[in-house]
Ligand binder design. Structure first.
Ligand code: ZN
Length: 238
């Protein structure tokens, strides 16, 4: 049974998790963190455990999951693994992320970012020695379907390891479902003829629902893409 290590970084008040799954002979890293120091903390833990890194898996295209990848894999041969959709969104949005994140995080936002270099299909079952992982992919509709499937499949005492914050049990699935419904409803409720106030109305609705402000900018990054997906807003190039 592989061990799981959580490495939390808290740069500029933004709590971000990466995980190391420890098999008998090798490690798999899940997510690359946001910052240079966050990713170096992952690297330090890899060195402290003393087993080679087999791969870094990037769960999604937000900057707090791929930004530090370049530092996590430094000095190793480990591939950076993602779905084609995640890879495409990272490459498409990286320049825009630079413009948003450099002023927020300064030198902590890596000046060189590494992108995925091994693509996996949604539904793929990955095995690294004794470490077995399954890829679940999708935007919010698929995400809701995945949550329903997980709620049906996962045993009662299951431990969930989220991208932010402490581990939790099955109740996290319900919270996540409520969050997605509320977010999509808030985007639909906006008057998108005037995007700026529409965006602010979503921020206000979600701030009332979120337990803390520390991850708000990441929620904000999703507002316009979801409005575009709903046909409420012209998709932007950035
Ligand atoms: Zn995140």
């Amino acid at each position: 049974m592989p061990l799981t290590h959580r490495i939390e970084s808290q740069v500029a008040g933004t709590p971000v998790n990466a995980y190391l799954v420890e098999g008998e002979h090798r490690l798999v890293a899940i997510d690359g963190t946001l910052t240079v120091s966050g990713a170096r903390a992952v690297r330090d833990r890899i060195d402290a455990i003393g087993k080679p890194l087999a791969a870094l898996l990037v769960t999604h295209a937000h900057p707090d999951h791929y930004g530090g990848a370049v530092e996590v894999v430094a000095g190793s041969e480990a591939p950076i693994v993602a779905t084609a959709g995640v890879d495409a969104a990272i490459r498409r949005d990286d320049e825009g992320k630079e413009a948003i994140l450099r002023p927020m995080f300064g030198d902590e936002w890596p000046t060189q970012r590494a992108f995925p270099n091994r693509l996996v299909e949604p539904g793929a079952e990955l095995a690294f020695g004794g470490i077995e992982l399954v890829v679940r992919d999708g935007h919010w509709e698929r995400w809701l379907t995945n949550l329903d499937a997980l709620a049906a499949e996962l045993p009662d005492g299951v431990t969930l390891l989220p991208g932010h914050g402490e581990q939790a049990g099955r109740e996290l699935l319900d919270w996540q479902r409520g969050y997605i419904h509320r977010f999509v409803a808030a985007v639909r409720a906006g008057d998108w003829d005037d995007p700026q106030p529409a965006k602010q109305s979503v921020v206000a609705a979600m701030s009332a629902f979120l337990p803390a402000d520390d991850l708000r900018f990441l929620m904000e990054l999703s507002i316009e893409p979801v409005a575009a997906k709903l046909g409420l807003l012209e998709p932007s190039d950035s």
